[in-house]
Design a protein around this ligand. Structure first.
Ligand code: ANZ
Ligand code: ZN
Length: 831
């Protein structure tokens, strides 16, 4: 019988259309839910292989969950604000909105051509006023609670273009447009007070242990940067005031021989004022600040003496007070007690300026000498030269000295965090407007809720020069004050696009809600996200901001949970010829070309087969070919079986068969991967091995199947589309529709995509089989497969149902049978 040809182009669009028409992936709030989310893309123009990988992994899992009866929320949308749209406007004169819309349309078509199981009725695009209106409302509520505030901040500045540059626009220290060196500028900026949640963001990581990749947890922990220490006050020598330092090493306080202040420290210039040191200090401060604008890291440690001293309250020593370029004003108190014997920076500084070095901590069993030190000893050890604390181990000494300074009123224990508040102002056009106005009389006023959204005006010139593009749109800028009704001007900065992605996962629960950011009941049902899948590059910023937003929204009374993403899967990169696929390396493979040539199912299977999700995936054209051949071979084998079943009689259920055992083992293998680590490479190679065994079996039988073979093949035909469905859903659907011609059971399910996932039979899996040669009158006539240790009676029944044996028994009487258990069966006949 003819076998129809495998034509992916035809069947893929057919099934995509049918799924969509019947809305089989559209969900309502009923049943046991699972919220599966993949990070939404920036609509840059076209999807790349990284997207295909991310979304294919997610889709396999979503489909598996659908088949397991979960009510799966699996949405898709667009992170639609951002700089490239503005660059396109400058380059091609196309309006960012048009550019973005075109890109979305193109990319949506591409995603649809991959057959992903999205509920497209929930699609969102963050550049729509219906979306950012709610972001503006949340902003205003944060502003009212002091969680959004203004302060001076430093931005990248191109003096040539007279414009602020985003970090991405600074390439190797120069402006991306004109190539002039980038400087910095202080501007008033909006900030979100993420530092208020530092401790909670840190503690929350504990609840994610084992559910998020360890390395992401560590990166977030380091980013938050909790540091336990103490503040301690050092009186000035002349008795007029004091300097407070933050230290994590109170145990070294007897070795503090000088003091280092940040250039911006309020005392830095004041101490030297009116003294011969003043001009040197002023010069140093000015130079250091200027240098900092150009280079981010200071390499050479430099400083200048203020001419003043403070007193180490523990030793009574006079400590010269320096201003030093490596002390930062934003961290701790902006002042450091310098302990050159035990801090390498202080050591280098002391050597350079000839300052005293005093050892106060020894390594266990060793005694350090100042004049032999080649570098600072920075580890914990045993205290020396430390008065009553000498002899104590560092950790104990820190506690005792802390108690002591508290008692004396010199200081207290404190915890500092490295994390800084999140600067969200962008001097850009294509972003959500910050909904405040400035009134001469009333100051900063939030826009009234009934006046939201503050819509981004359409008519704007984007030149890439000057400050915020919105500044040049008077219809936008000029407004009235919501408080006094007088003249006011709108904020012209827009929000960082990370703000949109900090809450979009909530919006999917009720994407069309127009009375609130989201429908509370629906969010309660769907959220938190059960599994979030995306790139490791978002380990810190996006994932931290989203966690922060959820805590803020909780405290604003919107939601009641603490963490947005219960489980996180971070997929590796797609690489080719050893490098990340990227335009600049010229090694990009376009998803469209692969789909065109081989079909989406091949692309999906290759991506899942080539590597487990968390590892990098090396692109291989031969690998893609191999997957295409694999699907073709499944196709042919399946339709061979269908043809065979068409010409076979009904058979009774009989599960004793090596092929069935293998089938159930394969189901188990796939099921286990879905339930544990998502290593679909293993799952798919399981299907490949099964296919090999199936093909060899069918070749061996060479068309002569006994009734149990037929039963086994019927089972195979039934389960093959089902287990393929999460990986290669189109070919699975096509096979399923053909199955209906030969298997009544299949008619109960319109789509294999929504067929229940099969449970494997554990009894069949553990069953052991043996091959028994069957002789008729001493001549080998057939090989049958039976359960190990099967009853003789059963073995005999199986043997005489084999067509080859029947042929040799035809017209003869069976006289005797001789069975050697698990070895051989001999049938003796008489004519
Ligand atoms: C004395 C000392 C002795 C220190 C010693 C270290 C080793 P982490 O762990 O990162 O929090 N420090 C404090 N504020 C600073 C600032 N604004 N700029 C630069 N450095 C600053 O680091 C805390 C340590 O960094 C503090 O402990 C302080 O130096 C320095 F053997 O105090 B230490
Ligand atoms: Zn006013």
């Amino acid at each position: 019988m003819e076998i129809k040809e495998y034509n992916p182009g035809e069947i893929e669009s057919k099934w995509q259309r049918k799924w969509e028409e019947d809305r089989i992936f559209h969900v309502k709030e009923e049943g046991k839910k699972f919220y599966l989310l993949e990070m939404f893309p920036y609509p840059s123009g076209k999807i790349h292989m990284g997207h295909v990988r991310n979304y294919t992994i997610g889709d396999a899992i979503a489909r598996y969950l659908f088949m397991n009866g979960y009510n799966v929320l699996h949405p898709m949308g667009w992170d639609a604000f951002g700089l490239p749209a503005e660059n396109a406007a400058i380059k091609h004169g196309m309006h960012p909105a048009v550019w973005t819309k075109n890109n979305i349309e193109h990319m949506r078509r591409q995603l649809k051509s991959l057959g992903f199981s999205y509920d497209w009725s929930r699609e969102i695009s963050t550049c729509e006023p219906s979306y950012y209106k709610w972001e503006q409302k949340i902003f205003i509520e944060m502003f009212k609670r002091g969680l959004a505030y203004r302060k001076k901040g430093i931005v990248n500045w191109c003096p040539e273009c007279a414009t602020v540059l985003a970090n991405e626009q600074v390439e190797g220290g120069v402006c991306w447009r004109c190539g002039s060196p980038v400087t910095f500028k202080e501007l008033e900026q909006w900030y979100f007070k993420i530092t208020a949640y530092a401790e909670e963001l840190l503690q929350g990581l504990k609840t994610l242990k084992g559910k998020w990749p360890e390395r992401v947890l560590i990166m977030q922990e380091n980013w938050i940067g909790r540091s336990e220490g103490a503040e301690c006050t050092f009186p000035l020598e002349n008795g007029e005031g004091s300097i407070t330092v933050f230290t994590t090493r109170l145990d070294t306080i007897y070795g503090a021989t000088f003091m280092s202040l940040a250039p911006e420290h309020p005392l830095a210039i004041r101490l030297a004022e009116g003294t011969p040191y003043e001009s040197a200090v002023r010069n140093f401060v000015e130079q250091t600040l200027r240098k900092r604008l150009v280079e981010k890291e200071t390499t050479e440690k430099e400083g200048v003496w203020t001419g003043k001293y403070c007193i180490n309250p523990f030793t009574g020593w006079k400590m010269p007070i320096y201003v030093a370029n490596f002390v930062l004003m934003e961290y701790g108190t902006g002042a450091v007690m310098a302990v050159p014997a035990h801090d390498q920076r202080d050591f280098e500084f002391a050597k350079k300026y000839g300052l005293p070095i005093k050892v106060v901590v020894n390594p266990i069993g060793k005694s350090l000498k100042e004049n032999e030190l080649e570098r600072a000893f920075e580890e914990d050890g045993i205290l020396v030269n430390s008065g009553p604390f000498s002899g104590l181990p560092s950790a104990v000494a820190r506690e005792k000295i802390a108690e002591f300074i508290i008692e004396k009123g010199w200081g207290r224990k404190v915890v500092n965090y490295k994390i800084k508040d999140w600067g969200i102002s962008r001097q850009r056009y294509w972003g959500a407007p910050i909904p405040v106005v400035y009134c001469k009389e009333c100051g900063i006023q939030p826009v009234r809720e009934e006046d939201l959204p503050v819509v981004l005006p359409e008519k704007v010139k984007i030149s890439g020069k000057g400050e915020s593009p919105l500044k040049s749109v008077p219809e936008f800028v000029k407004t009235t004050c919501p408080e006094c009704g007088g003249y006011a001007e709108r904020e012209t900065d827009t929000m960082d696009t990370f703000v949109e992605s900090s809450w979009y996962f909530l919006r999917y629960a009720s994407p069309h809600e127009d009375k609130a950011p989201f429908d509370r009941k629906k969010v309660e049902y769907w959220l938190p996200v059960d599994l979030y899948i995306g790139g490791i590059e978002h380990a810190v910023l996006h994932l931290l901001y989203a966690r922060f937003f959820v805590k803020v929204l909780r405290d604003l009374g919107y939601i009641e949970f603490d963490e947005p993403f219960l489980n996180l899967l971070t997929q590796g990169m797609v690489i080719k010829e050893g490098r990340k696929m990227s335009k600049s390396y010229g090694n990009v493979v376009e998803p469209d070309e692969i789909i065109e040539k081989y079909g989406a199912d091949t692309a999906r299977v290759f991506i899942l087969f080539a590597s487990p999700p968390e590892k990098d995936l090396e692109w291989s054209d031969r690998g893609v070919e191999g997957c295409f051949r694999f699907i073709n071979r499944i196709w042919r084998t399946f339709y061979n079986i269908i043809n065979l079943l068409k010409s076979s009689k009904e058979v009774e259920r009989d599960e004793r068969h090596a092929i069935l055992k293998h089938l159930h083992q394969t189901i188990k293998r796939i099921t286990d991967e879905f339930n544990t680590r998502y290593h679909f490479n293993t799952a798919i190679s399981g299907i490949m091995e099964f296919l090999n065994a199936l093909v060899s079996f069918m070749e061996e039988k060479n068309g002569k199947f006994d009734p149990r073979d037929i039963f086994a093949l019927k089972e195979v035909a039934y389960y093959l589309p089902i287990i393929l469905s999460p990986f290669a859903p189109h070919v699975a659907e096509e096979m399923w529709s053909s199955l209906k011609e030969v298997d009544e059971r299949a008619k109960a399910y319109l789509y294999v995509s929504t067929h229940p996932w099969p449970s494997y039979n554990p009894d069949i899996i553990v069953e052991e089989y043996v091959n028994i040669p069957v002789q008729v009158d001493g001549k080998l006539r057939a090989l049958i497969t039976v359960k190990k240790d099967e009853d003789e009676e059963e073995v005999f029944k199986i043997a005489i149902s084999d067509p080859k044996i029947q042929k040799h028994l035809a017209g003869r009487k069976i006289l005797r049978r001789i069975y050697l258990k698990n070895k051989i069966l001999n049938i003796v006949t008489g004519g």
